[in-house]
Ligand binder design. Sequence first.
Ligand code: ADP
Length: 496
Amino acid sequence: MSKDYVIALDQGTTSSRAVLVDREGRMVDCVQRSYQQIYPQPGWVEHNPQEILLSQLGSLTELVSRHGLSERNVAAIGIDNQRETTMVWDPSTGEPIANAIVWQCRRTADMVQELCGTDEVRRMVQGKTGLLPDAYFSASKLRWLLDNVSGARERAEAGELLFGTIDSWLVWVLTGGMVHATDETNASRTLLYDIHEGRWDEGLLALFDVPACMLPEVRRSASLFGETSYPGVPAGIPICGVAGDQQSALFGQCCFEAGEAKNTYGTGCFLLMNTGDVAARSKNNLVTTIAAAAPGTERTQYALEGSVFVAGALIQWLRDELGLIRSAEETEYLARSVPDNGGVYIVPAFTGLGAPYWRPEARGLICGLTRGTTPAHIARAALEALAYQTTDLVRAMEADAGRVLCALNVDGGASRNDFLAQFQADVLGMRVRRPQNIETTSLGAAYLAGLTSGFWSGTDELRGLRGDDDCFEPRMGRPEAERLLAGWARAVGRAM
Ligand code: ADP
């Protein structure tokens, strides 16, 4: 029987999904299960790894029974996952020693400050990992578990415990405990991995006091990790694509070549640019990270990454806190109902300003109000703010990469807003391309697994599957765009 499908397991921060993808790259079906967010203290965030498993395997088995799936009609499984979230388990029992510490958790902020306080250490860490030392990444979370769970350090040093990001955990469970591995993109988010040498780094392990014996083996994203061997899941399906969610989305957007980039407009924004085999070093507070590459790519591929903290969350704020709109979609109609922003700018620095400014103490503002300002102007200014923030990141990235983008691929919930997409094209002076399927995160995992298993022949075939994008060409004159950007720059200056 010929294989008809690949399955993507999309392990996100608030839910797990199993997605069925056919040969034409269409999403045939998707089962989604949410799970609990655990907040033990202000600023702390945890997930119960068994609940992650239950939601992920539950969605998988539901998909399997709906479509009569088995190793006979499924070519491969790919996994994409929330990055940086850290857990430790005992392979002899399969029991996690504690809840997973989620990427958002700030409990180790002081520890990182203490360990990486000097310029010398920061430079060393950034040089090797491409990241800025921060509690966000896995290393300090792992150290926290070893220092705070009773007996953990002794057991880890005796080789009795395993560390993993969520991809490792899923691979280990799905292969019946046979494989303890992760992929390069997830490894590159731990703060323990030398992205240039392609190995766990002894100096970083010493800095964070992590025993090497608990680390997973690192493999290419597009490679065989193992075969399914778990009760209730069809046996013998190869797991042969793994990537962190943002790198998976970059791949799912078909950004296979250096100079191609995507921006995801969700709660926040994530902008990634493929820089090929060059690990570009940022001067603008962006991070350098490993990108997923197609099978057969000889050299490690890299990306520059930057994020906007508050994007779709600003629209939620207009809806839930200000009560200015009833739904996020309504912003589009409101924004179009006025000829321009009426001089109003919103800087949504609720939690400070991220790259390229990096001013944690900055706070949000709305400026340029007059007696004529209406809710429509505010809604328009909010959508424009998403586009201005993205423009700042794109310009910083172009400077760091030493190349100019020719188009921006967009996805994420807010990318459905046509006003936003057009305004983004206008202020950037660049074509904005929105694929028909904006679920690019799961698509990337499916693509990686499908290429590795030979389900698809190569990246050219994948590009062909993409269908017709919605394209937004810049229509605004440059002087007008520059005038608006100057207004934004003045507003940002005030927020700082
Ligand atoms: P996440 O994955 O971060 O939860 P999604 O990709 O699901 O986010 O996108 C949801 C976000 O996008 C929400 O913050 C919402 O306010 C915003 N959003 C959704 N639809 C629209 C729209 N049509 N216009 C503007 N913002 C939108």
